[in-house]
Design a protein around this ligand. Structure first.
Ligand SMILES: Cc1cc2nc3c(=O)[nH]c(=O)nc-3n(C[C@H](O)[C@H](O)[C@H](O)COP(=O)(O)OP(=O)(O)OC[C@H]3O[C@@H](n4cnc5c(N)ncnc54)[C@H](O)[C@@H]3O)c2cc1C
Length: 309
């Protein structure tokens, strides 16, 4: 119930306006957000790199309402890629299509993302297209497919284990030799589209990992990024890859900045490739609310900040 309420609030403009100016909210959000500026995000990335962790930089923002905003987002990502190249940090970039204008025009959005992917290609870097709510799944996969058809191989996509359709999507992506981040899914979805029970989502997650690590997948050159903080799933994936003699270079683990740092370091010590999703910027509200929704204990953490404030 708390999850549903928080996810509903994450989409409310009124709630955003009402709470984001509170210092205790800003302080609490900082647990999951590297800072407001690209410089701060690069510093965090350098620190992660020093600890053997790779990064993916995310400029916070979604559902822009004008083409001017979409173009500004595109320019920020070009800056992100230039800065990664100049500072030599080990990071790629992750973006959202609604940040690039998907709500306004598919074609404009495509051109914005294409420009970013082309710049990344020039630097031999990589861009991940995050997956948003199910309203965007078809369009996201279509846009990804179009980029691949144009010959871009330095671009990846995300599949969410809570959606019933995901196994079929994976089958198609494997044929394309896609680089796929597998996550459980962070949005509020109806029961006719997504598994309502956590156990079913976890079971589907394992099924999708198996698909992404099958021999056929390896032959097609597909690459999975296992994005989860779930210790049980991570242990299972480690066991599965050991038993099937899958080299640790054939996949990576991914986690969000500020969550399970102990586990991130442990995986690095064990010789696994680990990438952390580093978000920065001023539009932290929906991202932060989704993090609260994932773990009710985070709400108590927020309240603690309120009391301290
Ligand atoms: C790198 C990365 C990229 C992602 N990209 C997308 C995307 O493009 N689209 C999308 O829909 N979702 C995305 N997600 C979010 C994802 O779908 C889940 O909502 C999120 O990862 C929580 O699920 P979990 O797999 O960690 O498992 P859960 O079962 O939710 O959590 C397992 C354990 O992890 C820890 N944990 C999980 N979340 C939190 C939290 N917020 N705060 C503190 N501890 C926590 C807790 O210890 C918890 O018991 C991404 C996640 C990661 C790690």
């Amino acid at each position: 119930m708390m999850r549903t309420a928080l996810l509903r609030l994450s989409r409310s403009e009124k709630a955003r306006e009402a709470v984001t100016h509170y210092k205790f909210m800003q302080r609490a959000a900082r647990r999951f957000v590297a800072g407001e500026t690209l410089e701060e995000a690069l510093q965090v990335t350098q620190e992660l790199n020093r600890n053997g962790i790779l990064a993916t930089l995310d400029h916070l923002g979604e559902n822009v309402a004008s083409e001017v905003e979409a173009r500004a987002s595109r320019e920020e990502y070009l800056c992100v890629l230039d800065s990664i190249e100049q500072s030599k940090v080990r990071s790629n970039a992750s973006l959202k299509l609604t940040q690039m204008g998907m709500d306004l025009s598919f074609e404009q959005c495509y051109q914005n993302v294409r420009t970013i992917v082309a710049r990344a290609k020039r630097y031999s870097n990589f861009v991940r297209i995050d997956m948003e709510s199910s309203a965007y799944t078809d369009r996201t996969l279509q846009l990804y497919g179009q980029l691949r058809k144009e010959g871009f191989t330095n671009v990846g996509v995300v599949i969410q284990a809570y959606l019933y359709r995901s196994a079929e999507d994976i089958e198609r992506l494997v044929e394309m030799g896609a680089n796929v981040r597998l996550c459980k899914g962070a949005y509020q979805e109806p029961a006719n589209l997504a598994f309502p029970q956590k156990e079913d989502v976890d079971a589907n997650y394992m099924k999708l990992v198996e698909l992404m690590l099958s021999e056929k997948t390896q032959q097609k050159g597909a690459y999975p990024a296992l994005a989860t903080h779930d210790g049980k799933l991570i242990e299972w994936a480690k066991r599965f890859t050991r038993e099937h003699k899958i080299n640790s270079e054939k996949f990576e683990f991914q986690m969000l900045y500020g969550i399970r740092r102990d586990l991130q370091q442990q995986l690095v010590r064990e010789g696994y490739r680990v990438r952390v999703y580093v978000s920065y910027g001023t539009h932290w509200y929906p991202y932060f609310m989704r993090r609260l929704a994932e773990r009710p204990a985070n709400v108590f953490f927020l309240l603690k900040n309120l009391v301290r404030g």
